[in-house]
Design a protein around this ligand. Structure first.
Ligand code: SAM
Length: 289
């Protein structure tokens, strides 16, 4: 059976009475080169294991199983279990776990299934949980690399450099925790049902250290969130919600200019290192007040 062949997909899904759920982001791959290329580029080999999110009917799971020592796939939709039992019957190194990736203990699952063997995360992510799923995968600290297919625009946001139109708070969040790269694009006609957007595969390699030291992570991320939450405002106005009370408007402008920026600069112009410097000085000023 070819798990990306549209006739085989329709036959197997029809036999099990399966219907695609839009709310679960079920767009299955119909182009065999895509799961093969994801599995080839994610880093897994015979000496390591793979954790997949959302196997669907198993096209990527099968490819991972051919390259990895063991595979564990987390699937939310119970209706896919009889399908997966049939499609992956020939693979003896795959474990399918029922669950919601956002509620699972990912590090615990990796420890239980793979022990201390290195693990690579892989997924054709459902669009509706892209950001929280990537955040959960990164936060688990369980993976050598995380290779995920997401909406093309989200991939561009993840990898956007400072000052570019796609640059966002999520770009800084990702850059703080991982080295991110877009590997390749996948057009919308590679899926059934066909989504309204194109996709891209992104690879994240978790960093052992942030690229720049940050003295107070909580303050750093609240400054970034405030700055991008109100993109049309100047940085000084946007930071008022976080720093207005201790420093006042004049104090915030002084802080920005003392960091070497124009008083009317917008938050999207600042790099991760700039936010780190701003955080350090803000913390000092708040301690003085
Ligand atoms: N891997 C398959 C492929 O590439 O053809 C299916 C990918 S489809 C975009 C997303 C898959 O994630 C579906 O199987 C869906 O049921 C599953 N899913 C949706 N929400 C989930 C969640 N919160 N946790 C785990 N799996 C989920």
């Amino acid at each position: 059976m070819d798990l990306c062949n549209i006739d085989d997909i329709r036959y197997v899904l029809g036999k099990h009475g399966f219907r695609f759920s839009k709310s679960l982001g079920q767009n299955f791959l119909t182009a065999a080169w895509v799961p093969a290329q994801i599995a080839d580029s994610c880093g897994v080999d015979q000496t390591s294991c793979a954790l997949e999110v959302g196997p669907g009917m198993g096209c990527l799971t099968e490819q991972l199983s051919q390259r990895a020592e063991k595979v564990c796939a987390i699937e939310l939709d119970r209706n896919l279990f009889p399908v997966l039992r049939e499609t992956l019957a020939g693979c003896d190194n795959i474990d399918i776990v029922q669950g919601d990736v956002l509620k699972c203990d990912l590090a615990g699952i990796c420890q239980e299934k793979f022990g201390d063997t290195p693990v690579y995360a892989c997924a054709n992510l459902p669009y509706y949980i892209t950001t929280p799923a990537i955040t959960a995968l990164l936060a688990s600290n369980a993976f050598q690399a995380i290779t995920v297919m997401v909406q093309k625009e989200v991939a561009q946001r993840i990898c956007a450099p400072a000052g570019s139109p796609d640059y966002s708070a999520f770009s800084i969040y990702i850059d703080y925790y991982a080295d991110a790269e877009i590997l390749f694009e996948v057009p919308r006609d590679c899926f059934v049902p066909q989504p309204k957007v194109d996709s891209a595969v992104v690879k994240l390699i978790p960093r052992s250290q942030p690229p720049v030291p940050v003295c107070n992570e909580k303050l750093f991320f609240s400054l970034v969130k405030a700055a991008f939450g109100q993109r049309r405002k100047t940085l000084a106005n946007a930071l008022n919600s976080v720093l207005g009370n201790p420093l006042g408007k004049a104090g915030i402008i002084q802080l920005i200019t003392d960091c070497g920026f124009d008083a009317r600069i917008r938050g999207e112009k600042l790099s991760l290192a700039d936010y780190a410097a701003l955080t350090e000085l803000a913390e000092k000023r708040m301690a003085q007040d």
